[in-house]
Design a protein around this ligand. Structure first.
Ligand code: URA
Length: 241
């Protein structure tokens, strides 16, 4: 079982500098199992139940490192500083922006795409999800500007579609259609703006895009845009779709 100095743990979780944590401890504002944890340089065992047992100002400790969560990304927020607008991290508690290791999104959604986004501070998990060898699929609900041409399903499934400016064709993409303007596509890779560029390549235009599934993990109906939920079990992401 891993253990860590209390001041380091709390500083890494964004509660303040080590000096500030020491001051909190001296002021008896940190308790473990109900008793003040006075010496911030003492080590604490990182057990799964620590957040319930270790309280700061009477509040349960933030989740320990190894955090993974799902977020219902609303339209208009961005996954990267490269796009203008509020970042998805602004939807999480303020202190979480100071965490070390830092939280990052597992892959990205465009500013104008909504839906399921995974966020983690676990680099190994991030790589497991995005590594092509693990074949984690991503499912999108697409609303089109023009009725779909009957040939498109075959083109997407062919494994020969080449996007503009690229030199390797896309892997086959499964598509089902629920109406002339509505399609569901499942990707096994994640190229830049892939869904929008795929439909542009066949002469259509994506009017709205929403991701509702990653691997075997569905965006829950009761997780509203802007809300997030901590994942206690990440295994559905790697289960067959
Ligand atoms: N494809 C896109 O074009 N945009 C996204 O956000 C995700 C997949």
């Amino acid at each position: 079982m891993t253990a860590m100095r209390l001041d380091r743990l709390l500083a890494n979780l964004g509660y303040g500098s080590r000096k500030e944590i020491q001051a909190l401890a001296k002021a008896a504002r940190i308790t473990l199992d109900g008793a003040p944890f006075k010496e911030a340089d003492e080590r604490v065992a990182l057990t799964a139940d620590l957040p319930q047992r270790l309280l700061v100002d009477g509040e349960a400790l933030d989740p320990l490192p190894g955090l993974a969560l799902m977020l219902h990304k609303p339209l208009g927020v961005t996954c990267s500083h490269k796009e203008a607008g509020p970042l998805v991290y602004s939807l999480l508690p303020d202190r979480w922006r100071l965490r070390e290791p830092a939280l990052s999104t597992i892959g990205r959604l465009d500013k104008e795409t909504s839906g399921l986004l995974l966020v983690t501070d676990d680099g190994a998990l991030l790589h497991r999800v995005i590594s092509p060898k693990n074949k984690v699929s991503k499912r999108y609900q697409v609303t089109l500007a023009r009725p779909l041409d009957a040939k498109v399903q075959g083109v997407f499934a062919s494994g020969t579609l080449m996007l503009e400016g690229e030199t390797t064709p896309l892997l086959p993409v499964a598509m089902t259609q629920s109406s002339p303007l509505h399609a569901t596509v499942t990707l096994m890779e994640g190229r830049y703006h892939q869904v929008r560029r795929m439909f542009a390549a066949v002469g259509n235009h994506v009017a709205a895009l929403h991701r509702d599934r990653i691997g075997g993990l569905d965006l829950p109906d009761d997780l509203l845009p802007g809300q997030f939920r901590i994942l206690t079990d990440i295994s559905p992401v790697f289960s067959g779709t």
